[in-house]
Ligand binder design. Structure first.
Ligand code: AMP
Length: 223
């Protein structure tokens, strides 16, 4: 199994890239944020714990999120996966290395999406999600045709509880605190690519696809 990692602060477009790459490459998109939100929606005791973390902009426990990812991987039966939002800490990166080694999977691309904090705060505070199908919109750059209604399924649009400016700043602070350590874990990898996350999503996706093609040609597909 081939693995792509998307690394970047909240709001850098990891989810958007993951969806584009999923449709281009046919890989399975796995977002740890989505796994957490599904657990919260289920109303479980674990979900309640997660809900508290998320609404304060804090990261959830490394081991708990790793166990959820591991479980999700058992149902990932495609040739590749795109990890969106994992790893976020050095212990998660180590757990992931061990897991991939165990299941014979390899990292074939690590994509670092770089963007200024203030651009993120503006982006995230304008984000809207459909509560039925999960489609995303943005009040400024991608407004729905009818205010508050999903263009795709007619569901109700809402903001995420962690997309309010104070919580966004807390999430950005956490990302900045851990960024160097996670970056150092992978930075010397031949499959690392730095990207400007202010570019159009389709342009970023094209760059990633070209990079992956070159990597395959050069035979450098290992982290
Ligand atoms: P995201 O949808 O990736 O922005 O994640 C939303 C929230 O879920 C984050 O702000 C964290 O609270 C939590 N979360 C998602 N992925 C992880 C992770 N790998 N480790 C810890 N917490 C995470």
């Amino acid at each position: 199994m081939e693995v792509l990692l998307l690394i970047g602060p909240p709001g850098s477009g990891k989810g958007t890239q993951a969806k584009l790459l999923e449709s281009q490459l046919g890989y399975d998109h796995i977002s740890t944020g989505d796994l957490i939100r599904a657990e919260i929606k289920s109303g479980s005791a674990l979900g309640e714990r997660f809900s508290e973390c998320i609404s304060q902009g804090k990261l959830v426990d490394d081991r708990l999120i790793f166990d959820m990812l591991q479980k999700r991987l058992t149902s990932a039966n495609r040739t590749g996966i795109i990890l969106d939002g994992f790893p976020r800490t050095p212990p998660q990166a180590i757990l992931l290395d061990e897991l991939l080694h165990r299941i014979g999977a390899k990292i074939v691309g690590i994509f670092s999406l770089n963007i200024e904090d203030e651009v993120i705060v503006n982006r995230l505070s304008a984000r809207l999600f459909c509560s039925s199908c999960g489609a995303s919109f943005n009040k400024h750059s991608k407004p729905p045709k009818l205010s508050g209604i999903c263009d795709l399924c007619g569901g109700e649009l809402s903001t995420r509880t962690d997309d309010i400016p104070d919580v966004i700043r807390a999430r950005l602070k956490d990302f900045a605190r851990l960024k160097d350590a996670v970056t150092n874990h992978y930075h010397k990898s031949p499959v690392w690519l730095d990207l400007d996350a202010t570019q159009k999503p389709e342009e970023i996706c094209d760059r990633i696809c070209v990079f992956l093609k070159n990597i395959v040609q050069k035979g450098e597909s290992k982290a």
